[in-house]
Design a protein around this ligand. Sequence first.
Ligand code: HEC
Length: 110
Amino acid sequence: MAAVQYLRQLLPALAVILAASAHADEKFALGKRLFLEGATPACAVCHALKDAGSEGAIGPELDEIRPDAARVARALRSGLGVMPSYAATLTEAQIDALAHYVSKASGGAP
Ligand code: HEC
């Protein structure tokens, strides 16, 4: 009986955790789409990133610099060198999704 009660308490918590991770994966998928073709110009044109299968060589290889999410978002908002700013063409939610995707896919801090 104790085990059943324990499970009853555990299930809602599990449901919350599963819902949260499904949400995070959606953000990852959205970021990947933006990386490949949603952003203009597309990140893939200039950056190599294994997860995206891109081989652009104008900007740094993202698997090598492994930027954390804040570093990606900063580059997108302000631009850097020949990399254009995306502040006018991407929404905050899109910048957030790209920062999540690039940091997670490259192994940088979230
Ligand atoms: C026209 C080519 C070009 C495009 C398109 C481009 N980048 Fe870049 N990116 C660069 C270059 C060049 C640098 C290095 C700039 C420097 O250090 O002077 C860079 C740097 C970066 C950095 C490192 C920032 C840092 O702090 O060192 C990240 C992260 C990044 N880009 C992500 C992206 C993402 C995500 C996109 C798509 C939304 C994108 N880039 C689109 C050329 C590009």
